[in-house]
Write a protein that binds this ligand. Structure first.
Ligand SMILES: [Zn+2]
Length: 337
């Protein structure tokens, strides 16, 4: 028996006013054929050496017991169910409607009733798969208010983007796992927040920022900063592609949250034109890093793609075999500086 608090009040066991303790006790119970242990809360009267369960405690203790059962048999707890619903900002009633379950089903699951296994699987899938929730939501259109529908749709889309972004980050980090502790990334640790800030800042300051130009400007910024202070900015590693330096993981980087672009047709080819993301802020780039970016912008900002490609007569580029990582040790031979 563990004392939680003590309060002077009318004791409902001995009907006298005295210090009544609130205590925790480990209880055991058989529920649906399973023995469960859980911590219950009671009031304790030291005069009578007896325990009392207030109405509120009866409810909480029962919920705690059922959550202990849910945990034991691998079902979502009531709190986990509430969190899943709140993640999408959905009301209990609408959640039941979207799932096409009985009106009060979710309310019951969040309180006293243990969900069945099939419903539990659906809730777990919704938790991990926002895209699937979006599909269920579309099916419920017309059964919930338009206003609620668009609110939930927005929230689920945000969850989906977040999920996709995490997947992108993981895949970029998987690529960079090979480069850890090597000089190929200019001694800097990969910082994708900085990468996103660099892209936005360049997109803000440079007109018509296409892929080739952006990639070059990122490389120049990193290698120039490395030359000045012995460390690159982003931690990106660049390799030599036919049109110049391109960061490893480029395909994933341009899809990260916070990177915005329009797709533009060039004859038969499609290309990206980068633009600043509304509301973006510089939070992680430091003073010396911004200075280098500004310098690169003033040097190359007005170049068109062909002029930029022409600029790749840097030793770093000429001396690195195609499709190989460009060493930062070429910084000393930079022509632009
Ligand atoms: Zn008492």
């Amino acid at each position: 028996m563990k004392k939680i608090k003590s309060e002077k009040k009318l004791c409902l066991i001995c009907i006298e006013e005295h210090e009544v303790d609130t205590v925790e006790i480990v209880d055991h119970e058989i529920f649906k054929g399973e023995e469960v242990s859980y911590t219950s809360t009671y009031e304790y009267c030291s005069n009578a050496d007896e325990l009392l369960e207030t109405e509120e405690m009866v409810k909480t203790n029962s919920l705690t017991m059922k959550d202990a059962y849910r945990k034991k048999v691998g079902l979502l707890t009531s709190t986990e169910i509430i969190n899943i619903r709140e993640k999408y900002g959905v009301s209990q009633k609408d959640f039941s409607e979207i799932l096409d379950w009985g009106r009060a089903t979710i309310t019951r699951y969040e309180n006293h009733q243990v969900q069945d296994r099939a419903h539990d699987n659906v809730l777990s899938k919704i938790d991990s798969d926002p895209k699937w929730f979006l599909e269920m939501l579309k099916r419920a259109k017309g059964r919930i208010s338009d206003k609620a529908f668009s609110k939930y749709h927005h929230e689920a889309s945000e969850q989906f983007k977040k999920k996709r972004n995490q997947y992108l980050i993981d895949s970029i980090q998987a690529i960079y796992a090979d480069y850890e502790n090597e000089a190929v990334a200019g001694r800097a640790e990969l910082n994708l927040n900085k990468v996103v800030e660099m892209i936005n800042y360049l997109a803000l300051k440079v007109d018509s920022l296409h892929k080739v130009k952006l990639m070059k400007m990122l490389w120049y910024s990193d290698i120039l900063h490395f030359k000045r202070s012995g460390i690159a900015i982003s931690g990106l590693a660049y390799s030599t592609l036919p049109k110049g330096a391109v960061p490893e993981g480029y395909d994933q980087i341009v899809l990260l949250n916070g990177v915005s672009f329009d797709t533009v047709w060039y004859g038969d080819n499609i290309t990206y034109k980068f633009k600043p993301t509304p509301g973006f802020e510089i939070k992680e780039l430091g003073h010396s890093e911004m200075e280098v970016l500004d310098e690169i912008i003033s040097k190359f900002g007005n170049y068109n793609t062909d002029e930029i490609v022409e600029m790749m007569h840097e030793e770093a580029y000429k001396c690195t075999e195609s499709y190989r990582i460009i060493p930062f040790s070429f910084a000393e031979q930079l022509i632009i500086d």
